[in-house]
Design a protein around this ligand. Structure first.
Ligand code: NAI
Ligand code: MG
Length: 352
């Protein structure tokens, strides 16, 4: 098949890990007889340096007209001034909004050979296999009013948590669909004892659940969920939640598997291109050293093949090659190994 893939390498280690994933995609292209067209665009700090904005209209348009978008990471100390008008993350928010990708899927899996890398005891990790589904285009990050103003000599700042019922319905429905192909359990996480948006969330979720009698629904308060993710992580199958709760819980869940560098994500809408990126940031502390773990981005490219191009066989082939490489002990420093980015990628390519 033919496909157009936009690459947004971004800042820090972003270009290093995206280059590694492209090598893997090119190997898939060759092995399975596809034709992928890659086009690079700027996002984040490098885009601010080049044009003053974190994502130009033309870069966004290119993404919107592609089949899929593969992103590295944005940000770094150079652009960290909290009062700067344009911040690298603004490009990410604009990209998610512009692509209409309202669901962020983050699987959390524990590789048996890596239980030692996790901060939890091995017995807590047995059976951990979950997907966190985070709402991505609503809630506190986008709600209006959002402002800062002077009132009687004091500085007043406002963010607003807001949701429409249809925004909740589409994300919860996606979670139930996913659960159907898994262990058939959805944990919906909210703060319904305090927040009105959460009470609406619970009501809509009950309504969606009625259409999935084969899937078990459990409602959980976000503070309880934060605790249970470390005290009993194996109980979760699909966890669905609003934007900010999801931002926090996905990072918490990520450390279960030992390194941020391992985990992929997919951001999907109802149609249009999907956005694929590792969950880690631009890791300025190791940028340019060639030692970043490329696996999170390589697994993101497997998701790209699965969800945007419907190439399941190819996606599984990448996942298997990654699993074998991890089991072989060829690991980057974040997992206690001595291999560099190129060596880990070479090893994955060898298995492929
Ligand atoms: P980070 O994820 O960049 O790094 C946290 C720690 O994990 C660092 O010690 C780093 O070296 C390590 N690490 C991350 N990815 C790794 C990989 N692939 N291989 C090996 N080690 C890895 O988070 P941090 O330090 O909080 O943020 C750094 C910058 O990244 C900031 O400017 C932040 O705003 C930005 N950021 C961007 C994100 C994105 O583009 N989606 C997400 C999170 C942070
Ligand atoms: Mg985050």
């Amino acid at each position: 098949m033919q496909a157009k893939i936009i690459l947004l390498p971004g800042d820090g280690i972003g270009p290093e890990v995206v280059a590694a994933a492209v090598r893997v995609l090119q190997a898939v292209e060759k092995k399975f007889g596809h034709s992928f067209h890659f086009e690079k665009q700027l996002i984040g700090g490098c885009s601010i340096d080049a044009s003053g904005v974190a994502l130009t209209d033309s870069a966004l348009k290119a993404c919107q007209s592609a089949d899929a978008v593969l992103l590295g990471a944005v940000g770094g100390p150079k652009w960290d001034d909290p009062l700067a008008k344009e911040r690298p993350e603004k490009g990410l928010l604009a990209l998610r909004k512009g692509l209409g990708v309202f669901a962020n899927l983050r699987p959390v899996k524990v590789y048996p050979s890596l239980v030692g890398a996790s901060p939890l005891r091995p017995e807590k990790l047995a059976g951990v296999d979950m997907v966190v589904v985070r709402e991505l285009t609503g809630g506190l990050y986008f709600g209006k009013p959002k402002c800062r103003e002077q009132i009687d000599g004091r500085t007043h700042a406002v963010d607003t948590m807001e949701y429409m019922d249809d925004e909740i319905r589409r994300i919860v429905d996606m979670a139930f669909q996913l659960a159907r192909g898994r262990r058939k359990k959805v944990t919906s996480v909210d703060k319904a004892n305090v927040l009105e948006t959460s009470r609406l969330w619970r009501q809509v979720t009950a309504d969606v659940a009625a259409g999935y009698p084969d899937v078990k629904l459990e409602n959980m308060l976000v503070d309880t969920a934060a605790m249970r993710l470390v005290s009993n992580p194996a109980e979760f199958d699909v966890l669905v939640t609003e934007n900010m709760f999801g931002d926090i819980l996905t990072d918490e869940a990520a450390v279960l598997s030992g390194s941020m560098g391992l985990l992929p994500s997919a951001s999907l809408g109802s149609d249009g291109p999907g956005l694929y990126e590792p969950i880690h940031g631009s890791a300025p502390d190791i940028a340019g050293k060639g030692i970043a773990n490329p696996i999170g981005t390589i697994l993101s490219s497997a998701f790209l093949l699965r969800y945007s191009l419907k190439l399941e066989k190819e996606a599984s082939a990448i996942e298997m090659a990654v699993e074998k490489t991890i089991a072989s002990g060829r690991l980057t420093a974040d997992l206690g190994g001595t291999a560099n980015t190129t060596e880990v990628t070479d090893s994955i390519l060898d298995v492929l």
